[in-house]
Design a protein around this ligand. Sequence first.
Ligand code: GAL
Ligand code: CA
Length: 373
Amino acid sequence: MLLGPILITIVLEISLLAQSTAIPSQSVQKWDPNACAIVVCGPAQNGLPGRDGRDGKEGPKGEMGTQGIQGLKGSQGPPGKMGPAGPGGEKGSQGEKGLKGDIGSRGLQGVPGLKGDPGKVGLSGPKGDKGSPGEKGIKGERGLPGTTGLQGQPGNAGSPGPKGDKGSVGEKGGKGDKGDRGLQGSSGLQGPKGQIGSPGLKGDKGSIGEKGTKGDSGLTEVNLLKRQVSVLEGQLKALESSFSKYKKVIVFPNGRIVGEKIFMTSGYEGNFDALKQKCLQAGGQLASPRNAAENAAVQQIVTSYNKAVFLGINDIQTEGQFKYLNGQNIAYSNWQTGEPNNDNGVEDCVEVYSSGKWNDKACGERRLILCEF
Ligand code: GAL
Ligand code: CA
């Protein structure tokens, strides 16, 4: 930096100026406006030239002047740094609905439909005209020989002689020639009209149709789809409500619905293995309540039938470790006080009393079935 050398130069110049304008200290009294000035000068030969009396000490500071005219406005400073981004504005209101688009081009003509079924059998037609005469027939075969002709006339009277004996009958003559063929007969009556034949083969695909008029714009299509979606939503709601109603009908009075789970009994009674099997066959499993609400539903069935049920829970594998049928440890229980006690060392299954409380019981006992789906 050049600031050092510049400062040194300024200090030097100020000190030189002070020396050149200094007044000898012994010749200047402290300035007092009320006192007389006494000036004692040395020999004129070597002294510095005097100065006029105007070199008095600076007077007291005057009163503050009136405020000056306001200065001109400074030039605008450089722009500050950009502030942090503000929070996002609220979502604008929905714009106006756009104009309807142009109609699209007409689609291709469809393929021609299949030929229709054959019509019903028609009425029999009118009697046909008489046919034209047939061709002349071929010459017939020669006929059979004719019968023997009549006896001839008696001969002329001979010369008188003795009268002769009567002559014998002559031989049969040969068969005569076949006669000419007769004229063709007149044509018969026209027959009844036949049944309509079976349908013909499917026709060829038709030629592409004329270009159609321009279709509706996509916007209309979107609106159409929106309408269809809203119709479908309505139908779905109706279905849901109807489905919920039918579920209630189905579980009355032998079942209960808790959330997505349905508990249902058929009234069957058997030991644990038999009950487990029945529920599996039905596509469910033995009731396994996993919270108080589900246990309350089980309790309602037990109370309604006044029969305890077996749960899908046991400690068959490891004594004292009760598990669901899938092998997981139970996450909820509602044991009766003092239970499970594995009485006689044979109680590995779990029954539910009408109080909703659980007791471990021998799996061979018979209990009411209660499945969950
Ligand atoms: C038995 C039952 C046992 C135990 C006992 C309590 O009838 O089998 O599991 O609950 O009662 O007194
Ligand atoms: Ca017990």
